[in-house]
Design a protein around this ligand. Structure first.
Ligand SMILES: C[S@@+](CC[C@H](N)C(=O)[O-])C[C@H]1O[C@@H](n2cnc3c(N)ncnc32)[C@H](O)[C@@H]1O
Length: 298
């Protein structure tokens, strides 16, 4: 079957160990080999050796390393120049490796032991950059990552991590036989049933030898009071939210005065207080005389 941007392999195939927590199917590595035709593959986080076994089956040379074998992908250089580097990191602490899957104690360089999600991303970016550096010009970096859910919040690693090199393909790999698929949920939890393979390329051109394309998608927070692009409804509703969902008209005016939209209206001599009153009347609830609350849920 030809490779598409959706990869599904209900049968795992031969190679690596199905018992190694967080392993991937060798069928995925084999499909990527058929597509990219590498002559030398590197896997610096090889785990149970899935990609290595797949490469040997396909007659491709391979170099493998992992922290459990003494190779630290954070600082150690990949000793070969591969056409394809396969990188399958831990998904932060979804599965903790050192001291659990292998070894007797926690290893501080283990990405799955990163003390926070932010620190994990920093380390993952470092590992990716190291992997990118070793690539032969024109070579590909394939990073297999999934999303993480903690206390109802999604941590989309694929978006939050950096992408090094020219983006080539984003392949969605559907999950089979994962632990979560066997559980029954109360109805408000949506199990994650896919991962991503982010494939980028190191350019060949002489002009870009020193330049690396970096895509940085980290989460950031922007103060919405600084934008005039917020509509009046949203400005009034967010003002009310900032005041605990219910507030007097005077307090609403006071809180809204620091908003760029209100400041602009004031500087133009527009009756911004009338706009706020009209928005409150048309969209919010009057809970007592002069006191307004966010609109009721319908
Ligand atoms: C998701 S597993 C890889 C699984 C592999 N693809 C397989 O099919 O077996 C992630 C691996 O990253 C390794 N690892 C964590 N931190 C590392 C580091 N700093 N350097 C090298 N390997 C590391 C872990 O030991 C673990 O084996």
């Amino acid at each position: 079957m030809a490779l598409t941007t959706v990869f599904s392999s209900p049968k795992r195939g031969q190679g690596g160990k199905a018992s190694w927590r967080g392993n991937h199917p060798p069928t995925l590595s084999l499909e990527i080999f058929k597509w990219l035709k590498p002559r030398l593959v590197a896997d610096p986080m090889c785990g149970s050796g899935t990609t290595g076994d797949a490469a040997r089956q396909a007659g491709i040379q391979v170099w493998e390393g992992d922290l459990h074998q003494g190779f630290n992908a954070l600082v150690d250089e990949i000793p070969v120049m591969p056409d394809l580097t396969w990188l399958h990191p831990p998904y932060h602490d979804m599965i903790v490796y050192s001291g659990k899957v292998w070894g007797k104690s926690a290893n501080p360089n283990d990405l799955s032991r990163s003390p926070s999600y932010g620190e994990f991303l920093k380390r993952l970016n470092q590992v990716q950059y190291n992997a990118y550096q070793a690539l032969r010009p024109g070579g590909h970096l394939a990073v297999l990552v999934g999303d993480l859910k903690r206390k109802g919040k999604l941590y989309p690693i694929q978006r939050d991590m950096r992408w090094y090199g020219e983006p080539v393909n984003l392949i969605v790999k559907t999950q089979h036989n994962v632990q979560s698929s066997g559980r029954s949920y109360s109805g408000n939890f949506v199990p994650i049933m896919h991962e991503y393979l982010v494939v980028t390329r190191k350019p060949k051109s002489v002009a870009s030898a020193w330049l690396v394309t970096v895509r940085d998608g980290r989460e950031s927070q922007k103060d919405q009071r600084k934008t005039t692009l917020m509509g009046w409804n949203a400005t009034v509703w967010t003002t009310l939210q900032a005041l605990g969902g219910k507030a007097s008209l005077q307090n609403i005016y006071k809180e809204a005065m620091s908003h760029a939209r209100v400041k602009r209206a004031r500087s133009k001599g527009t009756d911004w207080q009338a706009i706020i009153r009209r928005t409150l009347q048309e969209t919010c609830s009057s809970v007592e005389r002069g006191v307004w609350a966010l609109p009721m849920a319908v």
